[in-house]
Design a protein around this ligand. Structure first.
Ligand code: ARG
Ligand code: ASP
Length: 724
């Protein structure tokens, strides 16, 4: 009976994805190139990545470490998502000049706004350094010795691999430690804000529509890279000049149609496609529900305040969006994993895997893997859960605790590195916290604290609960902390930090906010973290051997791609609709009509700017319409994840056709389990972006910089000429 169920699962869910995957751009020749050409690609792998000549990769920098962007003009004009530029747009916004609400457009270079701390990183070269990194590790016995040796080898490579002075070497692991790649990179630090639509376009649908198709969001913003006079990276300087890129993307005005080839090029952050079933089970049943409940409580508090106070709305907009984003994603992920039977499918795969091991006579090497996974995940369970409570509550959602935790680390600096290091760190912290407190509202934070500390005390694993959270009255604790702690305002905190190290530590330890964080952090660092780290190291070693076994024992044609790790990747597919449930089919393209259908006057998520309504009523779409309609977003079968936001969607010839920004609700589990039937990425059509810049913002200065092309029309022309 069980066997029949297994056979059924395997018949329906093949062992390896038939589509999907995030591939290393320097290794596309062979299987990927062939597949891409079959899907309609006209370029070669070398057009995408080439060390010696300019190629697409030279137009696609990592945006501030978390998103992707692309260069779209010879003057370093940079396109990314509105939600990727959000905190920069917010930082320039005030009640008088509210760029979040009204949008922002620089009419010339002088009006572009600098963003200290923002950077973009280009990949110059990718090299396989697996051999060098693993050298001398084979005879070592313990996992920590192996990891130490690997770190030494990596440092050597980073220091010695040839590069220019202004460049940097970085080494990253692939296939869970079975492959290592070195990246020579260039980081530009003078990045200025050029343009952003109002949130009612750039964030249209906000959290209700987030992770959802059909979608109608114009999720884009524009920046410009500045360089020194030699076109090299430089810190901000008023006389820096627009960067001249090695390559910039031409923009196609011809649009897309279902089944067209698309390639998404960017920096996916993290996926876990090769987790064993037991790990997925833990995520679905324990970790995700805990994190969802914590964020749910924090969001409810913030939402209430934001709806009633415009000042708070500006202060908390960016923070709220960030918390809400993964809160919602985890909900979708859990639904998707449950609905797609991911755990059962993974278990079935694991049985087949055991068969392969037997057949290959590798029982001794690999036979222990699945039972060991089960043992270690069982052991790590309560530690992983405690860790999530600590990080979500102390290090993310309660601002006072988060600030307090930075102060705890300051105290640690005194113990580990001495007085001078302490004073330097103190100065830095004071500077950095200015920005934190600019957007801090004591009232909001106090209410978040009350809700979350209650959850912590009631729901976190009891064995590791800090003394200060045992048998508490959350209201009384909250009142005490927020009435008396100096951490509730920038001025009082600065006063508290005045003096020599001894005085500062004395004052900190007497502060009720600080001493609470101190106790929670101490309990975490002594009772949870060391065991978690040790078990995690064992799990990582298992994961590495598991990956090695999969690579070794899988059928020749298995498409095994390395998990995302914030390095540059290529994913490809076609424009395609999908069926989210019985009797329902979603078309792959949305139009401006859909924006109007969703329009709710003055709603904070679904309002539409007057001018956009006017343009719609006049059907004044310029060169950007298709059969009289204006396309807004489209979906495709490209396998993306967080970090791919802002990634260019590129057509078969290397032209820009869209801007990636999200995934569909049914497919949010794709980081753990990719199901090609329902996993889709969401892109904003580049013609909508151009329409907003040109017709809505009338920023023709920006359009004039770009190269607009008609690849389809030209092709048809060529063809018809031939026929004649
Ligand atoms: N879900 C998308 C991504 O993961 C977009 C997030 C930004 N939008 C929002 N409403 N929070 O980042
Ligand atoms: N919205 C995500 C991002 O910011 C993309 C995704 O998760 O699909 O990178």
């Amino acid at each position: 009976m069980k066997y029949i169920k297994l056979l059924f699962l395997l018949a329906v869910f093949p062992l390896f994805a038939q589509q999907g995957g995030m591939w290393i751009p320097s290794l596309l020749e062979g299987m990927n190139e062939k597949e891409m050409k079959e899907l309609g690609m006209q370029m070669s792998a070398k057009d995408i990545y080439d060390v010696n000549n300019s190629s697409l990769k030279d137009a696609v920098p990592h945006f501030n470490g978390g998103c992707t962007s692309e260069v779209i003009s010879p003057k370093g004009l940079l396109l990314t998502n509105h939600h990727c530029g959000y905190s920069m747009i917010q930082s320039h916004s005030t009640l008088e000049n509210d760029y979040l609400t009204d949008g922002f457009w620089a009419k010339d270079l002088n009006e572009e706004l600098p963003n200290p701390g923002t950077s973009v990183t280009f990949i110059v070269k990718i090299a396989d350094v697996t051999k060098q990194v693993l050298e001398g590790t084979h005879h070592l016995n313990t996992e920590s010795e192996i990891q130490q040796k690997i770190q030494t080898n990596i440092s050597q490579l980073v220091n010695n691999y040839p590069k220019e002075d202004w460049q940097e070497n970085r080494v990253k692991t692939f296939y869970e430690g079975n492959q290592y790649m070195l990246f020579v990179v260039e980081t530009f630090k003078d990045i200025r804000l050029v343009g952003a639509p109002p949130s009612s376009i750039g964030k249209f649908g906000s959290d209700t529509d987030n992770w959802v198709w059909p979608r109608h969001t114009g999720d884009f913003s524009l920046f410009r890279i500045y360089a020194d006079k030699n076109n090299r990276p430089a810190e901000y300087a008023a006389d820096n000049v627009p960067y001249t890129p090695k390559h910039y993307l031409p923009i196609s005005l011809d649009g897309i149609a279902e089944d067209d080839f698309t390639l998404v090029f960017g920096f996916p952050g993290r996926t876990q496609e090769y987790l064993p079933a037991v790990a997925v089970e833990q995520i679905v049943n324990e970790l995700n529900p805990a994190k969802i409940a914590i964020r749910d409580a924090a969001l409810k508090v913030q939402d209430e305040f934001m709806r009633n106070d415009q000042q708070i709305k500006i202060q908390y907009a960016s923070k709220y969006a960030r918390i809400a984003n993964y809160w919602k994603k985890w909900i979708g992920e859990n639904q998707g994993l449950t609905k797609s039977n991911a755990i059962a499918v993974k278990k079935a795969h694991e049985q087949v895997f055991q068969e392969w091991i037997k057949k290959a006579g590798k029982d001794e090497m690999y036979g222990h893997l699945i039972p060991d996974f089960e043992k270690y995940y069982d052991e790590i369970g309560p530690y992983a859960l405690s860790r999530d409570y600590f990080y979500e509550i102390v290090n993310r959602n309660v601002e006072l605790l988060k600030i307090g935790y930075q102060l705890v680390q300051l105290e640690l600096v005194l113990n580990s590195k001495g007085e001078q290091a302490f004073m330097a760190r103190k100065g830095n912290l004071i500077n950095r916290l200015a920005a934190t407190y600019k957007d801090y509202n004591k009232n909001v934070d106090e209410n978040v604290f009350k809700a979350l500390i209650d959850i912590y005390a009631k729901d976190a694993p009891k064995n590791f609960l800090p003394n200060s959270l045992k048998n508490i009255d959350p209201s009384a604790l909250t009142t005490k902390v927020y009435l008396t702690s100096a951490l509730t305002s920038y001025d009082s905190l600065k006063t508290l930090l005045e003096g020599n190290p001894e005085e500062v530590i004395g004052k900190l330890q007497n502060d009720p906010g600080y001493s609470l964080v101190y106790d929670i952090a101490k309990t975490y660092h002594m009772q949870v973290e060391p065991v978690y780290n040790q078990l995690n190291l064992e799990i990582q070693a298992l994961q590495r051997t598991y990956m090695k076994a999969l690579l070794e024992l899988s059928p020749q044609d298995a498409r095994i791609f390395p998990d995302a790790n914030s390095t540059l990747r290529v994913t490809y597919g076609t424009v395609k609709g999908y069926s989210p449930k019985d009797a329902v089919y979603y078309e792959p393209v949305t139009y401006l009509e859909g924006v109007i259908e969703k329009y709710v006057p003055n709603d904070y998520e679904f309002d539409v700017p007057e001018k956009l309504l006017e343009l719609y009523n006049k059907k004044d779409y310029g060169a950007y319409s298709e059969n009289g309609k204006l396309p807004v977003c489209f979906i495709g079968t490209n396998h993306t994840t967080g970090g791919n936001s802002g990634s260019p969607a590129i057509d078969s010839n290397g032209n820009l056709i869209g801007l990636n920004f999200d995934r569909v609700w049914e497919g949010t589990m794709s980081d753990i389990y990719y199901d090609p039937a329902i996993c889709r990425n969401i892109m904003v059509d580049i013609r909508y972006v151009l329409f907003i810049i040109d017709k809505y913002a009338e920023a023709d200065n920006l359009i004039a910089e770009m190269t607009l092309v008609h690849p389809k029309k030209n092709k048809n022309k060529k063809r018809s000429r031939k026929r004649n």
